[in-house]
Design a protein around this ligand. Structure first.
Ligand code: AMP
Length: 111
């Protein structure tokens, strides 16, 4: 997707601070962190919403969650972390490419 920021990061046209990459996903630092540690996990395949998942994409999102869980301690998140997936404009989704926010590195407020 030409106009998608995250597709341009994947294509190497926009720099990013990468912490993990494999054949189907990338994890990198959010440019405007809202927690001490704020990472984004994105699929290499472009789609915007969880409602666009088919069985293959659902399995991919499952592997993204598994990868996050496996690597979280190495990313400084051994004390725990929060995952956020904004869906649509009303939720504040600004980038139309599915992404999982990974927040932690501190005690996070709730409510
Ligand atoms: P959302 O509001 O859920 O769509 O989240 C989009 C996130 O992408 C925001 O937290 C932004 O700070 C982040 N972001 C936007 N552009 C970049 C970029 N070039 N590199 C890293 N993070 C970005």
């Amino acid at each position: 997707m030409e106009n998608c920021i995250f597709c341009n990061i994947l294509a190497g046209k926009i720099p990013a601070s990468k912490v993990y990459e494999d054949g189907e996903m990338l994890v990198f630092k959010d440019i405007a962190p809202v927690a001490k540690i704020h990472l984004l996990c994105i699929p290499k395949e472009h789609f915007k919403l969880l409602s666009e998942m088919d069985a293959g994409r659902a399995a991919l999102v499952g592997r993204m969650l598994q990868t996050i869980a496996e690597h979280a301690p190495a990313w400084g998140l051994e004390g725990g972390y929060r995952l956020v997936v904004n869906q649509g404009e009303a939720a504040g989704q600004t980038v139309p490419h599915l992404h999982i926010h990974i927040l932690g590195g501190e005690t996070l407020p709730w409510g």
